[in-house]
Design a protein around this ligand. Structure first.
Ligand code: ATP
Length: 698
């Protein structure tokens, strides 16, 4: 027997229960069972007397005997009622399910320990479906000061795996294995982090000997869990650096210097400079860059992208910039083309709407190398698109591109291009560390100077007229305004109706010829969308009515008001992204959140957070608290976050320390003399399976 042995061999389990455990709880082996931790504990140090019972007392434990059992017919089926007594009084135990089976198994006049919730009915106390065990068995079990409660056993208790059965299986496991798990952390790490040993932690998590030991057990297991996640990510990052050789961009030449000295439209912020430096260092190491660039909305990522492209150009390499939507790709193209206009650099746009003739030219120029920068959507990923020498791929908005697509970029050349992923959706640091821990991360944590904080106001729908009045005043001052409607897949039709109704009422309120209105939504042809967008960008229209297609990246500095309709239906990061469409110029900007009066607790918190802060990272933290990490990152990455005991929000401090420790251990493993680590890169999977090996490294 070892910990990889099938659970069906554990005494008392057998094939059919093993199947149930596997299917419902993912427990296949001894190790799986041992790592199936309780999710809460009940104090079972206390024993009650029947005399002291009160109505609705929960978690009551009593020692007594059954004096008689009868089954009572009721409308449907029957219920089983047992008389239960101790030396102070009597009460009833009641069952509504499994009557026959329970009736046969109950023993009369033998001491039991019963546990459960107490009700009062027909002048007597009763306990429905008590957990019960013969006192003699109870005394034989492991001593514990708190009773563990295992997740999901409620669902399975009617199928033979009650909490009590789960506890018994754990006891059996600890008896058979003597609870010898093998240490997975080094002595030094255990000492430095003030942890208890693996065996002690595992025992106390299932059989807490005291509150103090339980706390320590949880600490130890949380650290271990986060440590091994970080270790995997850190090793993956180091492995990639070794394995994925990259182009060496060692020249900073005329393109970069020429642009920087003559055409940079503004002084870079300190944060932008820092990030450019980080990227420059990456490009020069001989390894492929895999860097995530996080910057809040409007923090100025575009210029960083441009400077990186110029580094590629100075070393005679091409660049591809890929955006998730056509609007965004077009906008990037316009911005970058304009920035680079005075330079002798060829930039082109490739999207789903590019014509066959345009594509032909682009394909040709990319292949012969005369095209320096291609900006586009997924169309750039197509197999037909070949590059002469793609040296850099910049990917905007990581969330919307699968990692597979990222990998596909690599196949376009002998060596993979350097990769810079940009995201305007701030991710809390702990989450970024856990999900993107294999990437290097840069953060632009400073906004360009002179930005005025956007004033955010929450108003109920009934105040719409005063909001219209406000819009009129702003438009009167020459500003432009967005009015955004939600578009949720499930109620798409209704949403479109809301949008069109809204458009109509705004058209009535803001009539021609004084006002001109654009409308953009997902059902329009992309050429029409583009046309409407451009009218707004050029200032030909003053109001833009839209769905969330404008969520990311749209840059119209003259727009100073963002009105969000039904704002209670948006997620926090979406609200923040939308708000980021204003406040991009020198004027005071406003975000008005309209909502109904009835708000859920969470919706209230979201709107309140928006009113209180403009800081994307703070907003991301609240979002993480409200939604949990799985939801935040989408199912795609939730695997990494499928944590057994740690919690990325609550245990953020542990994430930091675990990462620090993992970096140290990974580097030590690299320099380790033992042959087991010699080729750590190749054998990592094996070393992860047998985690005890890591206990030898510090
Ligand atoms: N250092 C700077 N000083 C002054 N203005 C700047 C600076 N950096 C960027 N800007 C300006 O700030 C605005 C926002 O920059 P940019 O579009 O690059 O933001 P972003 O990070 O891409 O934001 P988003 O993700 O919201 O599009 C642009 O108008 C840009 O010209």
């Amino acid at each position: 027997m070892n910990f990889q042995t099938s659970i069906s061999y554990l005494k008392g389990v057998g094939p059919s229960r093993a199947k149930l455990l596997g299917k419902e709880l993912g427990i296949f082996t001894y190790a799986d069972l041992a790592n199936f931790f309780p999710n809460r504990y009940i104090d079972r140090t206390q024993f009650y007397k029947i005399r002291d019972l009160q109505i609705n007392s929960a978690d009551v434990q009593i020692v007594g005997k059954i004096t008689g059992v009868k089954s009572v017919k009721q409308k449907r089926g029957s219920r089983l009622v047992a008389q239960f007594v101790d030396d102070t009084g009597h009460m009833e135990l009641v069952w509504f399910r499994g009557v026959k089976w329970i009736q046969d198994s109950l023993k009369i006049n033998v001491p039991y320990v019963i546990f459960g919730k107490v009700n009062f009915f027909n002048g007597a106390f009763n306990m429905p479906h008590p957990e019960m065990e013969l006192l003699s068995d109870y005394k034989k079990g492991f001593k514990i000061s708190m009773q563990p409660v295992y997740r999901s056993t409620e669902v399975l208790s009617s199928r033979g795996v009650s909490n009590r059965v789960m506890q018994k299986m754990q006891q059996q496991l600890f008896t058979e294995t003597q609870g010898k798990f093998g240490e997975t952390l080094s002595e030094k790490l255990i000492r430095d982090q003030g942890l208890i040993s693996k065996n002690e932690a595992m025992f106390n998590i299932h059989f807490p000997q005291s509150q103090e030991l339980l706390t320590k057990a949880r600490q130890r297991l949380k650290f271990e869990e986060l440590f091994f996640i970080q270790l995997q990510l850190v090793v993956k990052n180091l492995t990639n650096k070794r394995k994925n050789k990259g182009f060496v961009f060692d020249k900073i030449g005329d393109y970069f210097n020429g642009f920087y000295s003559a055409y940079l439209p503004f002084e870079l912020t300190g944060a932008q400079k820092k990030v450019v430096k980080e990227i420059r260092m990456d490009l020069n190491t001989g390894a492929q860059m895999n860097r995530l660039l996080q910057g809040d909305v409007g923090s100025g990522k575009t210029i960083v992208a441009v400077l990186t492209m110029l580094m590629a150009l100075d070393n005679a390499y091409q660049t591809a910039l890929i955006a998730p939507t056509e609007i965004l790709a077009t906008q990037h193209f316009n911005a970058i083309d304009e920035l680079l206009a005075p330079m002798n650099i060829k930039v082109r746009l490739l999207t789903g709407s590019s014509t066959v003739a345009q594509r032909r030219v682009i394909h040709e120029e990319l292949e012969n190398g005369s095209l320096h920068i291609i900006i586009g959507t997924h169309a750039v990923f197509e197999d037909k698109v070949l590059f002469k020498n793609l040296g850099l791929a910049i990917i905007d908005e990581q969330h919307r591109f699968g990692v597979a697509q990222r990998a596909k970029m690599w196949m376009k050349n002998d060596l993979p291009p350097h990769i810079l992923v940009m995201t305007a959706t701030p991710i809390p640091r702990t989450l970024a560390m856990s999900v993107y821990g294999d990437l290097d991360i840069s953060v632009i944590d400073e906004l360009p100077p002179g930005r005025k904080t956007i004033k955010t106001i929450h108003r109920f729908d009934s105040n719409r007229l005063s909001v219209f009045k406000f819009i009129k005043d702003e438009v009167g001052k020459g500003r432009q305004v967005y009015v955004v409607y939600p578009l949720i897949k499930e109620s798409e039709q209704l949403d479109y109706k809301d949008l069109m109704d809204g458009y109509e009422s705004i058209s009535r309120e803001f009539p021609l010829p004084d006002y001109r209105i654009s409308i953009v939504h997902g059902k329009m042809k992309s050429a029409d969308k583009e046309y409407e967008m451009q009218r707004f960008v050029k200032g030909e229209t003053q109001i833009m009515v839209a769905t969330t297609v404008i969520e990311v990246g749209v840059n119209v500095p003259n727009a100073s008001v963002m009105v969000i309709e039904s704002s209670e239906r948006f997620g926090l990061s979406q609200l923040h992204q939308l708000r980021g469409r204003v406040g991009r110029g020198a004027d005071q900007s406003y975000c008005i959140l309209l909502s109904g009066v009835k708000l859920t607790k969470e919706a209230k918190k979201r709107l309140q957070t928006m009113v209180e802060t403009n800081d994307g990272f703070k907003i991301a933290e609240v979002d993480l608290e409200l939604r949990g990490p799985g939801d935040l990152m989408g199912t795609q990455q939730s695997g990494v976050l499928n944590l057994k005991i740690a919690d990325i929000v609550q245990d953020s401090q542990v994430v930091y320390t675990a990462r620090k420790a993992a970096i140290q251990v990974a580097h030590s493993a690299l320099g380790h003399k033992d042959p087991a680590y010699k080729n750590i890169w190749a054998t990592f999977g094996e070393i992860m399976k047998n985690r005890s090996i890591w206990a030898n490294i510090s």
